[in-house]
Design a protein around this ligand. Structure first.
Ligand code: UT7
Length: 328
């Protein structure tokens, strides 16, 4: 029997501080109504103090382990951290998480594919399980987006929040787990969604800081147009390849960037609203953490054998969909 990579546990963490639309009204020229109508967001969590993405990821891993007391942290062989807000430029945040949780036998690395970081990481982790070389892989999505936001730019600062969530991948021989994936990148999308400075192209300088070039820039309208089409197209493609209809899908697990993008994808996939995981109203866009945070929130409602369609679109451009048969 073919070995597949099954998600066998989920953990999550969101910071305590709730930044509401009402509070944002006091920071930039916006309204609760505009944000809610255009995005679906009511509030988001913000990580305060000098805590970083690895601190949220560490809490998420601890949460996962608390639900699976049978697992010894020393059995974890690999940690993949999906993030666009690593603690440091280097070393990788995955290494810092491993140190903080005591995963002394694990190696690790980070994956940055903007809002598709978690999907790209999940597919990567699955390959280590399918090949038979690894038996326990943690795939974490962790982003402290608040450190990337210009709270003078109402176009972007209202959209994002902080959070982390993690899944455990283990081998399965019952045909459950990650069954198909279609992932895409198109580098010509660079100009529409980026952080200009701080990399090897535009070095950090007094000028780049003064010009506010270390924050997220987004041409929202253009990204929206590509996202609406890209996320739905790739979801439908994975469904068609595997002869799945809306009837067969228990839940769509979409990246939470904008409720209108989510609804458009669900509609084209023939999925009623109750079959769509949406928590954007509570967390905003947590980038690498959106999809695993949905799994965390819905874990109790999931049943063994449920077909889930994970889908995302993000900067790069990057986009993709993964078919998962739930394993517990
Ligand atoms: O996860 C990564 C991928 N990212 C995405 O998928 C995000 C895709 N884009 C979007 O979700 C939407 O484009 C946004 C939510 C970012 C913006 O919504 P929109 O409906 O595309 O609005 P817009 O940018 O076309 O702006 C419409 C108007 C503008 O005013 P004028 O020019 O019509 O007078 C903006 O200046 O709304 C104004 N506006 C705001 N008004 C109040 C922009 N931001 C705000 C705001 N509050 N926060």
């Amino acid at each position: 029997m073919k070995i597949t990579a099954a998600i066998t546990a989920v953990g999550g963490y969101v910071p305590e501080y709730v930044l509401t639309n009402k509070e944002l009204e006091t920071i930039v020229d916006t309204t609760d109504q505009w944000i809610l109508e255009r995005t679906g967001i009511s509030e988001r969590r913000i990580l305060k103090g000098d805590r970083a993405s690895s601190d949220m990821a560490t809490e998420a891993v601890k949460d996962l382990l608390s639900k699976r007391p049978d697992i010894d942290i020393l059995d974890i062989e690999l940690i993949i951290c999906a993030t666009v807000s690593p603690d440091h430029v280097h070393p990788a945040t995955a290494n810092i998480i491993a140190d903080k949780v005591g995963a002394k036998n694990a190696w690790g690395f980070d994956v940055n594919a903007a809002c598709c970081s978690f999907l790209f990481s999940l597919q990567t982790g699955a390959k280590f399980i399918e090949s038979g070389t690894h038996k326990k892989v943690l795939v974490v999505g962790a982003d402290k987006m608040s450190c990337r936001l210009d709270y003078e730019d109402r176009n972007t600062c209202i959209l994002f929040g902080d959070g982390a969530a993690v899944v455990l991948l283990e081998p399965n021989e019952e045909g459950l787990g990650i069954l198909d994936a279609e992932l895409h990148s198109d580098g010509s999308g660079l100009k529409f969604l980026n952080q200009k400075a701080g990399g090897s192209k535009v070095h950090t300088s007094l000028e780049t800081v003064q010009n506010r070039e270390h924050f997220i820039y987004q041409d929202g309208k253009t990204v929206f147009k590509h996202a609406v089409k890209g996320m739905a197209d790739v979801t439908l493609s994975v469904m068609a390849k595997n002869n799945l209809t809306g009837e067969d899908i228990a839940f769509l697990v979409p990246h939470q960037a904008n409720n209108r993008i989510i609804s458009a994808t669900a509609e084209r996939a023939g999925l009623a609203p109750e079959k769509v995981m949406v928590n954007i109203h509570r967390y905003g866009n947590t980038t690498s953490a959106t999809i695993p945070l949905c799994l965390w929130d819905w874990e109790k409602q999931l049943k063994k054998g449920d077909n889930l369609m994970l889908a995302a679109f993000g900067g790069g451009f990057t986009w993709g969909a993964i078919w998962v048969k739930w394993a517990y």
